[in-house]
Design a protein around this ligand. Structure first.
Ligand code: PHB
Length: 404
């Protein structure tokens, strides 16, 4: 037995009745030789379908660069469509954890899905790398040793914008966002700096997620007398809101500002010139002048038919990069979860957005910068051009400590 090679050893183990007689250490050796199962829980239909697509594409770009093998183990992706609906997402999370027994889970996009699956992830000790959903409490009261976030907390892109809009745009603003956790979190973060800077919220309104007709809301905005709007919408909601804001004739008299998701490249082509002049805050723009981003933009365009990567794609890139680097650091051993979690927490690298690192207190990414960006016409068409920036934007969450 001692002199058996690993190959003959595994072969011998496989011929025993399903390995049952071979002892737990043999089973472990078999499992370690198998693929690393990565569960991808994202919307591929519904309001946020374009986000799920961008995140997945960039993950695949990184894994393809590694020839789909890391530390000797194949990477196997198991994708499930949440439809951006909490009940569906929670059911699919259960399936990935209980039936597929994934080694690492990533997603979701919708804060409600994340909130709904959080206890299951925590109690089952499933490693979750959140690749979009920003629910603030996941970096705060409801943080978990097993949960990391490569994307943002909802607070991060919005908190710097309150003070900036008060100083540079208007001290009278109308707030509008979809009526669920992410919309509420983002408007709250904006107010944290807008109100102390002397800003006044004229009114706020929360249409349902996936609204298609914003006319009643635009009427209220017009009648409110506000000089500016601060909005969060994303995916098909962002396309509809920005186009209807223009068609309603508000663009000439009221400045539209918001969270970066409002005018990301996933929706900008569909919005067209209606988006010109919109000012938003975000951790990324494809125009960032650093070598990793230049290569990322070029590789992404080459692989996906000329498509410009957006912030969601960067979230997918960084999630895959964290997985690759952490797996290499533990030599592909996914059984020792404490070691894997510690390796994930320590991961640091140059991302298209700048230096990537987790805040050890919250397991949430520290944003190297939040850029204030304005949609302008540039050589390649419309783009989010940075006009200002705020450095090292760290969620105030203090709940989590790096496991021993
Ligand atoms: C969220 O639900 O947390 C969410 C969804 C879409 C975004 C940003 C945040 O663009």
């Amino acid at each position: 037995m001692d002199r058996m090679t690993r190959r003959t050893f595994l072969g011998a183990a496989a011929t025993t009745a399903a390995g049952a007689a071979a002892g737990p250490w043999v089973l472990r050796a078999q499992a370690q030789g198998g693929p690393v199962k990565v569960g991808i829980l994202l919307p591929y239909s519904g309001v946020y379908a374009v986000l799920g697509e961008s995140i997945t594409q960039a993950m695949e770009l990184v894994f393809a660069r590694e020839s789909w093998t890391v530390a000797g183990r194949k990477i196997e992706l198991i994708k499930e469509d949440t439809e951006a609906k909490p009940p569906v997402g929670i059911r699919k999370a259960d399936k990935l954890i209980d039936s597929d027994k994934v080694d690492i889970l990533t997603g979701p996009v919708h804060s409600g899905v994340l909130m709904g699956m959080r206890d299951k992830v925590h109690n089952s000790k499933t490693i979750l790398i959140v690749s979009n959903a920003g629910a603030d409490v996941i970096s705060r009261e409801r943080c978990s040793k097993w949960i990391f976030r490569t994307s943002f907390s909802n607070w991060q892109p919005n908190w710097p914008m309150g003070g900036w809009v008060a100083k540079n745009v208007s001290k009278e603003v109308f707030l509008v966002a979809p009526n669920y956790q992410a919309g509420k979190d983002m408007m709250t973060a904006f107010k944290e700096t807008y109100l102390p800077a002397g800003g006044k919220v004229v009114a706020e309104d929360y249409p349902k997620l996936s609204e298609t007709d914003y006319a009643p809301y635009l009427t209220k905005i017009k009648q409110s007398g506000a000089k500016a709007v601060y909005a969060f919408f994303s995916g098909s909601d962002a396309v509809n809101f920005v186009k209807q804001f223009d068609q309603f004739g508000l663009k000439q008299s009221i400045k539209l500002t918001g969270a970066g998701f409002l005018t990301e490249p996933d929706v900008l082509p569909a919005q067209g010139r209606s988006a010109l002049g919109v000012i938003t805050g975000h951790f990324y723009t494809p125009l960032l002048d650093n070598p990793v981003n230049k290569k990322f933009v070029a590789d992404f365009k080459a692989k996906f038919g000329g498509k410009t990567p957006d912030g969601f794609a960067v979230q997918g890139y960084d999630t895959a990069e964290v997985i690759v680097r952490a797996l290499k650091a533990v030599n592909g051993n996914t059984q020792d979860k404490d070691k894997l979690v510690a390796a994930i927490a320590r991961t640091e690298f140059d991302s298209p957005r700048g230096r990537f690192r987790f805040d050890q207190k919250s397991h949430n990414v520290i944003q190297p910068f939040i850029y204030i960006r304005e949609v302008k016409e540039v050589a390649g068409g419309l783009d989010n051009v940075p006009i200002d920036k705020v450095a090292d934007v760290t969620d105030p969450g203090t709940g989590c400590t790096l496991p021993a």
